[in-house]
Design a protein around this ligand. Structure first.
Ligand SMILES: [Fe+2]
Length: 301
């Protein structure tokens, strides 16, 4: 529920919500307290959704959601691409994965590099809900970067240069860059690696709900048609470097029970390295993108 009131001859939107929002001194991110996500009312959800679109990243400390509650909360944002994926360096028997050729270890190490989820799939995701079950005592934070603010920070010449450029997005490419290939016989199901066609996505993405422009870069992006491989890498590196610096980044140190929701149409993220002999258990629910606005274009034949 909201209303408009006149203050100093200006109409100001006043919202009525039962939760508190604390804004850090960054272009993205907000810490939300005073709400139980498992029981959130429709009115509070509507208010929360607006804050999410504005800040692109919401942190909810100490929620301790069950899997069913996390999935139900994520479903309020749309259909799900992945209901529940456990991202952990533990095996099913609780021991640590020590084999560096283990595909799950490759996934975890790959996630230490800036990326947007599912850009290598036919439809990139809308967003994600991530929660911590076990957090290491040191390292393993997650960091996000604001692709909207990255675009805003570009000079006019760079904006004009990239306006009509696209890049290919491939998990095979980003794995190969790290020296990885997919193993047979592993716990990883090969999501995104069996590509028959490689998605092509514009470097400038227009957010389907806010209309804001943002960059669509990250480790899966490569091979911009019309540029040499060297020029393509240089441009993608430059755009990522501009984006991934203060005040356009936000880093969260996890405690068990924390929940974070992000807008995958406006942010990059990565996990910070940690001692892989220490357990880290995260639960990930991925919200599906709209095929119309998050789908891919094909390269001209
Ligand atoms: Fe991710």
């Amino acid at each position: 529920m909201e209303s408009l009131v006149k203050i100093s001859n200006q109409e100001v939107e006043v919202t009525h919500r039962s939760f508190a929002v604390e804004m850090p001194d960054t272009t993205l991110g907000a810490v939300v307290t005073g709400v139980k996500l498992a029981e959130i009312s429709d009115q509070d959800f509507a208010e929360l959704y607006k804050v999410w679109l504005d800040r692109a990243l919401l942190v909810f400390p100490g929620q301790h959601l069950t899997d069913a509650e996390q999935i139900a909360f994520a479903r309020r944002f749309g259909s799900l691409e992945i209901e529940m994926g456990v991202l952990t360096n533990l095996k099913d028997d609780g021991t640590v994965r020590e084999d560096v050729n283990d595909d799950m270890v490759k996934v975890l190490k790959g996630n230490m590099h800036w990326h947007v989820d599912s850009t290598y799939m036919p439809v990139q995701s809308k967003g994600a809900v991530l929660s911590a079950s076990v957090a290491p005592v040191e390292g393993g934070e997650t960091e996000w970067a604001d692709l909207r603010a990255g675009y805003d920070a570009l000079d006019d010449a760079t904006r004009a240069k990239i306006e009509h450029l696209s890049a290919h997005h491939s998990l095979k490419h980003s794995w190969a860059k790290l020296g990885y290939t997919e193993s047979k016989d592993s716990s990883y199901n090969g999501y995104g690696l069996n590509e028959t066609e490689v998605p092509l996505r514009p470097l400038v993405k227009v957010h389907p709900e806010t209309g804001r422009r943002s960059l669509n870069v990250g480790r899966h992006a490569h091979a911009i048609p019309g540029l040499s491989p060297e020029a393509s890498e240089e441009l993608l590196d430059e755009l990522q470097a501009i984006t991934c610096q203060s005040p356009r980044t936000y880093r969260h140190r996890w405690k068990a029970g924390d929940v974070i929701l992000w807008d995958n149409r406006a942010t990059l993220h990565r996990v910070m390295p940690w001692d892989l002999s220490l357990a880290r258990v995260m639960r990930h629910t991925r919200i599906a993108g709209d095929p119309v606005t998050e789908g891919w274009e094909r390269a001209a034949a």
